[in-house]
Write a protein that binds this ligand. Structure first.
Ligand code: FEO
Length: 170
């Protein structure tokens, strides 16, 4: 059995990951409404990855004899004034999620729960990649977003993103 605090944080993270999926579906819907199908696709794929993350936390808890409690998912409440707004909100959200993962890691470290720390190693690395991706989106948009032809090309580039299952399998 896992330490109570560690198990509680892992269970909360399931909700955070499902919220992330919900948030990115909201971004995807926004871009779809705006006619930017590539951006919509990019966040659609991102939402699928977030759902995978939630499932991995669920499976980890179950594999360690813990009960999973699913909580209500908050409504995404962001209102966007420009195409760049979701990109910035996405980057900020990933920084927030990185903080959550680190908090669980710290809790596991306090009780010498090396198994959970090893499980979380994948997420620590994943968060680094996700922050890089989100920051990269902002940089590209800042460079090219104001030129309609460049924006069209950027949208086409983002349309090419395809979903692939996570490399971490429990
Ligand atoms: Fe599941 Fe984007 O972190």
């Amino acid at each position: 059995m896992l330490d109570t605090k560690v198990a509680e944080l892992l269970n909360e993270q399931i909700n955070k990951e499902f919220y992330s999926a919900y948030l990115y579906l909201d971004f995807s819907n926004y871009f779809k409404d705006q006619g930017l199908e590539g951006f919509a696709n990019w966040y659609w794929v991102q939402a699928q990855e977030e759902r995978d993350h939630a499932v991995l936390f669920m499976q980890y808890l179950q594999n360690n004899g813990c009960k999973v409690t699913l909580e209500a998912i908050d409504k995404p409440d962001k209102v966007f004034a420009s195409f760049g707004d979701p990109l910035k909100a996405g980057y900020e959200h990933e920084q927030y999620v990185t903080g959550l993962i680190h908090t669980i890691y710290e809790a596991a470290n306090v009780v010498k729960d090396f198994r959970t720390m090893q499980f979380l190693d994948w997420f620590v690395k994943e968060q680094g990649e996700e922050e890089n991706n989100a920051e990269g989106m902002i940089k590209k948009f800042d460079l090219f977003g104001s030129d309609p032809r460049a924006l069209y090309m950027l949208d086409s580039e983002l349309a090419a993103r395809v979903y692939s299952a996570p490399s971490l399998v429990l």
